[in-house]
Design a protein around this ligand. Structure first.
Ligand code: PMP
Length: 466
């Protein structure tokens, strides 16, 4: 392991921290720290690396927030952004259109499964999910079934920070202190094979989940359910890869009961699983709507969207309310700069990066799995280039560690000292590196993780916490 040479923090970084503490509101602050918190400064990025305030180079383990798929500092993307800004920086999508958005919609429809051929662009993932849910409401109202609005979601899900999308979120930490549209949402179990009942096989677990879904449809009544919304792999919930065949079975129940299947691919699309979309190519499902964001521009510009099927549009056109207005649009829908960046990003993905991601994804998981030798590690799981290390107090019983051990944060701190940035999630660490990562860089990442976890184990033992 290479030791990182640290230089003392610059005055500039301290000035910035003070400005942030006085004036910047960060996402997800606690009430005690709201508006009064500086976070670690990232000064620059290059490839799979970012540089912190002290000048230390760190592997960007989470690729920002699962988004910098083609890596930092890509000249092609910077040029596309610049050229589009100089050609046309903005136009109103209410009464005009631009070239990049039409071309991008066509390219995305070409990659989307089945008859998903119509793309609405938003500003990110929350607005994509919100748009899909409001579309479901519109669709059912226009079709004369205004009661068909209940949304099925799952514990552990994350779908955004707007009112409806946040109402689907499945972690109580993220829900307890905000009002949500409780009357519209029904939560089902998290399809986490690691946390299945100890005496249950994966197959039995999958059967149980499917049965629970079917029972919920019977209990609530298909005539009252508008949509199921699900991430193919639950990302922020801890990279939960569902049991094989579970998603196609849920999709079949949705289809039989005229319930829209909204596949939230905000994280899984644009290469993270080795394909542009994972729903069909990786999981064998053809949803009615797919939502995307993040990797569509590799985070170089805020952009998201939804892809909607021909079938839904045909039904709307044939309804008795063809004049009904889908009164939904964003000032920045179809933003020309975002769409131009996304076109270039797609060129890079199609130009060999998808194949590369598929290949190194297998190696990534194989190597990470070796960390299961460490006593603190309950499970290493994942698929494609996204993975999670879940720590446990006891491997036999899989007992979770108590919240105050903050194991994720401890591992992250040690790893940062060694040159790797992680995303800590209570007792878990999540990783989704840029897709350009090489096998040698994966080796470096895993070596740092091994050392970081070992140091954490020592600390916990010394402090009598484990
Ligand atoms: N859906 C999923 C699956 C996500 O992971 C996220 C963000 N992490 C969102 C939606 C919300 O996206 P955004 O933060 O861009 O609004």
């Amino acid at each position: 392991l290479k030791a990182q040479t640290a230089v003392s923090p610059t005055d500039e970084a301290e000035t910035l921290a003070k400005a942030a503490e006085r004036h910047l509101i960060q996402p997800w602050p606690s009430a005690g720290e709201i508006g009064d918190e500086a976070r670690g400064l990232i000064g620059s990025g290059d490839g799979i690396y970012v540089t912190d305030a002290e000048g230390n180079r760190l592997i960007d383990g989470p690729a920002g927030m699962w988004c910098v798929n083609v890596g930092h500092r890509r000249r092609e993307l910077a040029d596309a952004l610049h050229e589009q800004a100089m050609a046309l920086s903005y136009n109103s999508p209410w009464y005009t259109m631009n070239e990049p958005s039409a071309l991008l919609a066509e390219r995305i429809a070409g990659h989307a499964p089945g008859d998903l051929n119509h793309v609405f662009f938003t500003t990110g993932g929350s607005s994509a999910v919100e748009s899909a849910l409001r579309f479901m409401q519109f669709y059912n109202n226009v079709r004369g079934r205004p009661q068909k609005k209940t949304i099925l979601s799952r514990d552990g899900a994350y779908h955004g920070s707007t009112y409806l999308s946040a109402s689907l979120n499945g972690s109580s930490r993220g829900r307890d202190w905000m009002d949500i549209a409780d009357d519209l949402v029904v939560k089902l179990s998290c399809p986490d094979p690691f946390r299945r009942p100890l005496d249950m096989s994966i197959e039995e677990f999958s059967d149980m989940l499917v049965e629970e879904f079917a029972d919920a449809v019977k209990r609530i009544g298909a005539e009252n359910i508008g949509a199921f919304v699900g991430e193919p792999v639950m990302a922020s919930g801890g990279v939960i890869v569902p049991p094989p065949n579970y998603l196609p079975r849920i999709a079949a129940i949705c289809r039989e009961n005229d319930i829209l299947y909204i596949s939230d691919e905000v994280v899984t699309a644009f290469g993270r699983m080795g394909d542009v979309f994972a729903s069909k190519d990786v999981f064998g499902i053809e949803p009615d709507i797919i939502t995307f964001a993040k990797g569509v521009t590799s985070g170089y510009f805020p952009l998201g969207g939804m892809v909607v099927s021909d079938r839904l549009f045909a039904e709307l056109r044939q309804s008795n309310h063809a004049d009904a207005m889908y009164a939904h649009g964003l000032t920045y829908s179809s933003h020309p700069i975002g769409c131009a960046v996304a076109l270039k990003n797609l060129d890079i993905l199609e130009g060999g990066l998808l194949e590369h991601a598929r290949e190194v994804g297998v190696y990534f998981m194989e190597q990470l799995k070796t960390l299961e030798e460490l006593d603190l590690v309950g499970e290493v799981r994942g698929t494609g280039l996204m993975a999670c290390i879940e720590c446990v107090a006891d491997r036999e019983s899989k007992n979770p560690l108590t919240l105050d051990t903050e194991v994720g944060r401890r591992i992250d701190q040690h790893c940062q000292e060694l040159g790797l940035l992680l995303r800590p999630l209570i007792h878990m660490c999540v990783m989704s590196p840029p897709l350009i990562i090489t096998k040698e860089q994966i080796d470096e990442m895993v070596a740092i993780l091994r050392e970081g976890i070992s140091r954490t184990m020592e600390d916990l033992r010394k402090e009598g916490l484990w």
